[in-house]
Design a protein around this ligand. Structure first.
Ligand SMILES: Nc1ncnc2c1ncn2[C@@H]1O[C@H](COP(=O)(O)OP(=O)(O)OP(=O)(O)O)[C@@H](O)[C@H]1O
Ligand SMILES: [Mg+2]
Length: 207
């Protein structure tokens, strides 16, 4: 099977982390090697110096694109959850990466703002976060994504199933589970890694 990059794009609260985590776990259950690159973790450990201007956002998105390209080159699937608000920059990654799958997490700002899982919208409305996507910074919806999930209308399960169906149909993942991995197992593994990084002074507090 050929390695690929599956990139979840969408505004804050649109469901990128929720769905990418599920898809990542499922890919591993189907016996393939994968890495999960969540925007939050990348910004903490890989792009600490970058802010949220267009220039910095573009550098961040291109860095994740390059990292995904490297992973794919060595046969590892890359699962990315990062806003990536600009069409032109997303398309640069599309050009770079041989098998690039874009999942547009389509969710109206009003709904994402009601969810506000990290309290960011409230802070943005209070003027505490400048350049906040969807409020004071643009989000350009993808013109031709491979998959669109309507996360304000579908359940997590429905969105997840449609993504997996697409990947199976494209022969990117096998249609059968090889081993069962419970999410807790993955979370434990991540906690150990985080602790290890923190002790070495690599990860900032809060990750
Ligand atoms: N179909 C769906 N797909 C994904 N998430 C959904 C769906 N329906 C409801 N939700 C809920 O929407 C919220 C999405 O939050 P999540 O942290 O995944 O967003 P995000 O896009 O990663 O935001 P951020 O850019 O701030 O990291 C979760 O609370 C999730 O339970
Ligand atoms: Mg997230």
């Amino acid at each position: 099977m050929k390695p690929f990059t599956i990139w979840f794009t969408g505004i804050s609260g649109s469901g990128k982390s929720t769905l990418s985590k599920r898809v990542y776990l499922e890919i591993k259950c189907r016996g393939l090697k994968a890495e999960l690159l969540d925007g939050d973790i990348i910004r903490t450990n890989f792009s600490q110096e970058l802010g949220f201007t267009k220039r910095d956002r573009d550098i961040n998105v291109k860095r994740i694109g390059f990292l995904s390209w490297l992973l794919n080159k060595h046969g590892i699937i890359s699962v990315v959850a990062a806003i990536a608000p600009y069409e032109e920059t997303r398309n640069l990654n599309r050009l770079l990466i041989p098998n690039y799958i874009e999942v547009f997490c389509n969710c109206p700002v009003e709904i994402a703002e009601k969810r506000d899982p990290k309290g960011l919208y409230a802070r943005a409305r209070r003027g505490e976060i400048p350049n906040f996507t969807g409020i004071s910074d643009p989000y350009e919806p993808p013109k031709s994504p491979e998959i669109v999930v309507y996360t304000a209308k579908e359940t997590i399960e429905e969105s997840f199933n449609r993504i997996i169906e697409y990947l199976v149909n494209q022969k990117l993942i096998p249609n059968k589970i090889k081993q069962k991995i419970v999410p807790e197992e993955l979370e434990k593994e991540e906690r150990i890694l985080r602790e290890y990084l923190k002790n070495l002074g690599f990860a900032r507090k809060g990750w």
